[in-house]
Ligand binder design. Structure first.
Ligand code: PSU
Ligand code: MN
Length: 302
């Protein structure tokens, strides 16, 4: 275990006893939702995981410590501080740790810290991917590289079409990351259940997802698994409304010359602003749905 890692007592007890644990990210808390809904959602997600008989481990950097498992007060701190907490991707980690800073972990750093702690299942909302226009901007999320090298199953609702979903799938294929659809042949697009792109395999049970993770581990190869779980029908959004908001967000990002790590937060905030409360509600519900599945898969891995 490394000297910067703190595993919460509840999490380390569960790991030691072989009970199921589910990792959760913190960029979604500090950067993904407004206060206080972010804190309420983060605590509710933990409760959903507990109700399924698993232990939640929300991951973040607090005062330079890599935390696997946060107290409610730490979740409140991250939620209240919001954008003031630096978004922490792979390249940010050593600097934030050395400076004793806080950091909101993305899919990338949540996977890294989960793996350090020995947690193999992680639930989130959406992952980063290959951006539209990446053939010239080269904007490809570090999340895809992490999926290629870190042995954690990431359960998400697909990716938002702020990204180029086709290129994202091509990249994952090149990197050898299996893309699994939970109860679907089609890659879900976060707010909507359909994208027009196919996943590699449809899987219908938590047990089969657990068996695939076990086989991957036993085969001894690097890398994780991407499970895409469509948003429940009743919370899915109108495709035309979402597409219009995404087009406008992309145009504004281009106009304002947004680049680097600011691109994704800018686009997500714009889409949210343009679609109002409906998209926030959908976002919350799909995270709940992913947490429930993750708890069941973690239980099935035992
Ligand atoms: N996509 C979403 N919601 C999110 C993110 C992406 O729909 O909250 C966050 C996640 O933390 C993800 C990160 O890991 O943004 C990716 O950022 P980037 O594209 O800069 O790698
Ligand atoms: Mn980027």
């Amino acid at each position: 275990m490394n000297q910067y890692l703190d595993i919460a007592p509840e999490v380390s007890a569960a790991l030691a006893e072989g009970r199921p644990v589910v990792a959760l990210e913190s960029t979604i808390i500090s950067h993904g939702m407004p206060y206080p809904q972010n804190v309420e959602t983060a605590l509710a997600v933990e409760n959903i995981i507990r109700a399924e008989g698993a232990v939640p481990a929300t991951i973040a950097i607090i005062g330079g410590r890599l935390k696997a498992g946060l107290s409610p007060a730490e979740i409140e701190h991250l939620g209240k501080s919001g954008q003031a907490v630096p978004k922490a991707s792979r390249r940010d980690l050593p600097v934030l740790v050395a400076r004793g800073s806080d950091g909101a972990t993305t899919v990338t750093t949540t996977m890294m810290i989960a793996a350090m702690a020995g947690i193999s299942v992680f639930a989130t909302g959406g992952i980063g991917g290959v951006h539209r226009g990446a053939e010239t901007s080269m904007d490809v999320s570090a999340d895809l590289e992490e999926l290629a090298q870190t042995p954690v199953m990431v359960i998400c609702a697909g990716a938002k079409s702020i990204l180029d979903l086709g290129l994202t799938l091509e990249y994952l294929e090149t990197k050898g990351v299996p893309v699994l659809g939970y109860g679907t042949e089609e890659l879900p697009a976060f707010y909507t259940r359909r994208s027009g792109f196919s996943v590699d395999y449809r899987v219908d049970t938590p047990e089969e997802l657990a068996a695939i993770a076990k086989a991957q581990r036993a085969l001894g190869y690097r890398g994780g698994l991407l499970v895409t779980n469509p948003i429940p029908e009743e919370y899915s959004m109108d495709k035309a409304v979402i597409d219009a908001a995404i087009s406008q967000a992309l145009a504004e990002a281009q106009e304002q010359g947004v680049h680097g790590k600011a691109v994704t937060p800018f686009l997500l905030a714009k889409v949210k602003e343009l679609t109002g409360g409906e998209s926030l509600d959908s976002n919350i519900q799909l995270v709940f749905n992913n947490a429930r599945l993750a708890a069941r898969v973690a239980a099935a891995m035992k």
